[in-house]
Design a protein around this ligand. Structure first.
Ligand code: NAD
Length: 525
C-alpha cells in the first residue's frame, strides 16, 4: 500500500512505502481534512473527550521541525471543554471501568499495547512528523516503550501486594492491619515534547492500571500520538471517559485549566522545573498529590581506567541522543586529566560523524531541535558559552543543507571546554546536543564538581574499577546513577529526581503507590 499526501486510509496497516511517505500516512479517524484557500490539504487534530473527537474554538499549527512546514492544525480545548473532560473522567470512574476486576483491567491494558503494536507504523510516523526525530529512534525506542509501559503495569498491578501486620492492643487483644489499594480518582497528566508517547504512557498506563481515569494534556509541540492513542483505547475496549485528551498550551490554556481544576484528584507532570513550580502553585489551593519529573544538568565522570572506546560510544549517546533533548542527557563531562585531551578529541570525531539527515532516512542519527523557539534558546547558550570564555571544540552553529532542511531547526552537535564551573552554560539546562568537558585530578574533585548543581536527575560513572564505581555512584545526589552505561533501566525500578529535578518517584511499585489511595484497615480480632 502506498500512501499519498493527505491520504486518510491508514489504520494500522501501513507498508514500508507508507513509512517512507514522510508523515502523510498518519491520517486516521482522529484527523479531519481541511482545505486551505490555496487548495492544500491540512489535517486537524482534535481533542478526545468522553469517547468522541471534539474540535475546539481556537486552532494552532503543528510544525514539522525538519523543514518548518505545517503538518496539521490542532484545536485547543477551552476551559469549558477541559471541565467537560474532567467531568467525563469523573463519571467514568463509577461506570464499567470502576467495576472491572483487576485482572480484566490488566487484560484491557494489554489490548492497548496490542493496538499500539497493530498501528506501529502510524505511531512511528506521527512521532517522527511531530518531533523530527530519526525514524530509527521512534521505531526502536519511543513506540516499543509505549507498548511496554502498558504491558509492564498491567502485569505489575495483578501481582501487587500490600503489607499487613498483626499487632497487640493495649488491653492484650490482637488486631490485624492490612491495606487496600483504591484509585485516586481523576488524574491530570501534563507531558513534554521530547519523548511524547513514551512519557505520556509512562503515566497513563500505571494510572489506568490502578483504576483511575485520566485527562491528558500533551505538549502543544507534539499533539499527534496522544490523540492516536485514543484509537488504541477504543480498539482495546477502554470505556468512554477513561482516557481523555485536551490540547493547548500551558498558562491561560488547557495546561493551566487542567492543573487548576478543583475536581482533579492528582497531577502528574513531566517538563521544565520552572513549569513544575507554576503547577505546584496552581495545585496548592486544592491540596492534592503531585508527582514531578523535571529538568536536569547531568554529569558524566570519566576515569582514566575506563574502557575508552565503550566510554566514547556511551558518552556520545548520552550527549547526542534525540539531539540532546532527553532529560537524562549529559551536558557536563568530567574527565581525568591523564586522558582529557585524547577523550575530547575522540568525542569530537564521534560528534562530527553524526548524520543530520531527513528524519525518515534510516542513516539519520541526529534530528532537528523541536521548534524555532527552542533553537533560539539553544543558540543563545552557544553564544553565551563563547562570551563566558569557552573553547569551541566542534559545532556551535547551524548546519547548511541546501535543501528544505534549511527551514528546519537543526543545530550542530557541539562540544566546549574551558568554562569555569560557575559559568551559566555549566549550571543551566540547555536541552540540546551540547556538552562541556572539564578535566579533574582526583575522585573527590570529580564528585564535588558533579554534585555542584541545583538539579539532581542523573549521573554516569565510567571506570573499570567496580569498587570505585559503587563508591562514587553512592555519593551522587541524583535519582539515577549509571556505571559504564547510560539510559538503561528496568521499568520496575524507581525513577525521579532530587532537588530541582523533581518530586517523588515513579516506576514499578512506586508508580502504583503514587496512583493509589491506600486505605489501612485495622480489625480487632
Ligand atoms: P515545559 O515545562 O515547557 O512543558 C511541559 C508541558 O507543560 C507542556 O504540555 C506544556 O504545555 C505544559 N505547561 C507549560 N506551562 C504550564 C503551566 N503553567 N501550567 C500547566 N501546564 C503547563 O517542558 P518542555 O519544554 O515540553 O520539555 C522539556 C523539559 O522537560 C526539560 O526541562 C526536560 O529536562 C524536562 N523533562 C524531564 C523529564 C524527567 O523525567 N525528569 C523527562 C522529559 C523531559
Amino acid at each position: 500500500m502506498k500512501c499519498l499526501p493527505g491520504e486518510t486510509r491508514c489504520s494500522g496497516t501501513c507498508s514500508k512505502d507508507a513509512v517512507n511517505c514522510h508523515s502523510h500516512c498518519l491520517v486516521s479517524a482522529w484527523l479531519l481534512r481541511l482545505r486551505k484557500p490555496a487548495g492544500d490539504l491540512v489535517k486537524l487534530i482534535q481533542n478526545y473527550i468522553d469517547g468522541s473527537f471534539v474540535p475546539g474554538k481556537q486552532e494552532f499549527a503543528d510544525i514539522n521541525p525538519a523543514d518548518g512546514t505545517t503538518i496539521a492544525k490542532v484545536t485547543a480545548a477551552d476551559e469549558a471543554q477541559v471541565g467537560g473532560a474532567v467531568h467525563a473522567a469523573r463519571l467514568a470512574l463509577h461506570g464499567e471501568w470502576g467495576r472491572l476486576a483487576v485482572r480484566e483491567r490488566a487484560a484491557r491494558l494489554h489490548k492497548v499495547a496490542d493496538a499500539i503494536e497493530k498501528r506501529f507504523d502510524c505511531f512511528v510516523q506521527a512521532e517522527v512528523a511531530d518531533t523530527g526525530k530519526p525514524v530509527s529512534l521512534a521505531s526502536n525506542l519511543d513506540i516499543p516503550r509505549a507498548a511496554a509501559n502498558f504491558r509492564v503495569f498491567a502485569d505489575l498491578v495483578k501481582m501487587a501486594g500490600l503489607e499487613s501486620f498483626q499487632t497487640e492492643t493495649l488491653d492484650g487483644a490482637n488486631a490485624l492491619n492490612y491495606a487496600v489499594r483504591k484509585p485516586l480518582g481523576v488524574v491530570g497528566i501534563v507531558t513534554p515534547w521530547n519523548l511524547p508517547l513514551l512519557l505520556l504512557t509512562w503515566k497513563v498506563a500505571p494510572a489506568l492500571a490502578c483504576g483511575n481515569t485520566v485527562v491528558v494534556k500533551p505538549s502543544e509541540e507534539t499533539p499527534a500520538t496522544a490523540t492516536l492513542l485514543s484509537e488504541a483505547m477504543q480498539d482495546a475496549g477502554i470505556p468512554h471517559g477513561v482516557y481523555n485528551v485536551v490540547h493547548g498550551f500551558g498558562p491561560g490554556s488547557a495546561g493551566e485549566f487542567l492543573t487548576q481544576h478543583p475536581d482533579v484528584d492528582a497531577i502528574t507532570f513531566t517538563g521544565e522545573s520552572k513549569t513544575g513550580a507554576a503547577i505546584m502553585k496552581a495545585v496548592a489551593p486544592t491540596v492534592k498529590p503531585i508527582s514531578f519529573e523535571l529538568g536536569g544538568k547531568n554529569a558524566a565522570i570519566v576515569f582514566a581506567d575506563c574502557n575508552f572506546e565503550e566510554t566514547i560510544s556511551g558518552l556520545s549517546d548520552a550527549v547526542f541522543l534525540n539531539t540532546g533533548q532527553v532529560c537524562l542527557c549529559a551536558e557536563r563531562a568530567y574527565v581525568e586529566r591523564r586522558i582529557f585531551s585524547a577523550f575530547v578529541e575522540a568525542l569530537k570525531r564521534k560528534a562530527e560523524r553524526l548524520h543530520s539527515g531527513w528524519p525518515n532516512d534510516e542513516e539519520t542519527n541526529l534530528g532537528p531541535l523541536i521548534s524555532a523557539q527552542h533553537r533560539d534558546k539553544v543558540l543563545s547558550y552557544f553564544r553565551l558559552a563563547r562570551e563566558e570564555g569557552a573553547t569551541v571544540v566542534t559545532g556551535g552553529g547551524v548546519p547548511k543543507f541546501g535543501d528544505d532542511r534549511d527551514h528546519g531547526f537543526y543545530v550542530q552537535p557541539t562540544i566546549y571546554t574551558g568554562l569555569p564551573e560557575t559559568a551559566r552554560c555549566v549550571k543551566e539546562e540547555i536541552f540540546g546536543p551540547v556538552c562541556h568537558i572539564a578535566p579533574f585530578d582526583s575522585e573527590e574533585e570529580a564528585v564535588s564538581m558533579a554534585n555542584d548543581t541545583k538539579y539532581g536527575l542523573a549521573a554516569s560513572i565510567w571506570t573499570s574499577d567496580l569498587k570505585r564505581g559503587h563508591r562514587v555512584a553512592q555519593q551522587m545526589n541524583v535519582g539515577i546513577t549509571w556505571v559504564n552505561c547510560w539510559f538503561l533501566r528496568d521499568l520496575r525500578t524507581p525513577f525521579g529526581g532530587a532537588g530541582l529535578s523533581g518530586i517523588g518517584r515513579e516506576g514499578g511499585m512506586h508508580s502504583l503507590n503514587f496512583y493509589s489511595e491506600l486505605n489501612n484497615i485495622c480489625i480487632r480480632l
